[in-house]
Design a protein around this ligand. Structure first.
Ligand SMILES: CC(C)(COP(=O)(O)OP(=O)(O)OC[C@H]1O[C@@H](n2cnc3c(N)ncnc32)[C@H](O)[C@@H]1OP(=O)(O)O)[C@@H](O)C(=O)NCCC(=O)NCCS
Length: 83
């Protein structure tokens, strides 16, 4: 989703990720989806923190990173069902 980077590491929080995720989540919910999935490098603490803040949780699934199989990606999910 934000794999190409929005503001870049070390830069101030831009609000772009929230402005990207929230409409995507709204659209997906309208289509009947019950969750939104993403993958993030296990060592990307900044992205992990931001995704957690937006409500994503770790699913427990891990997948090898296709471009560097020595590192895993964590699968995270945002629950879209009404609370
Ligand atoms: C990770 C990244 C996408 C975040 O983008 P961003 O536009 O700065 O994120 P936002 O400002 O929309 O932040 C979303 C929420 O996460 C929080 N957040 C952002 N960075 C955080 C951090 N390092 N620690 C804790 N919370 C953080 C924000 O405060 C915000 O919550 P709030 O609106 O309640 O205040 C951006 O830092 C980036 O592009 N990094 C480099 C590339 C990368 O790692 N991409 C992800 C690949 S999976």
């Amino acid at each position: 989703m934000a794999g190409r980077g929005l503001p870049g590491p070390g830069r101030p929080r831009s609000g772009l990720l929230r402005r990207l995720v929230e409409p995507c989540a709204g659209w997906a919910r309208e289509q009947g989806a019950d969750r939104l999935l993403l993958e993030v490098h296990e060592d990307n603490a900044v992205a992990l923190a931001a995704y957690l803040r937006l409500g994503f949780v770790e699913t427990g699934e891990r997948r090898p990173y296709p471009l560097g199989p020595d590192r895993d990606e964590l699968v995270m999910a945002l629950d879209l069902r009404p609370s």
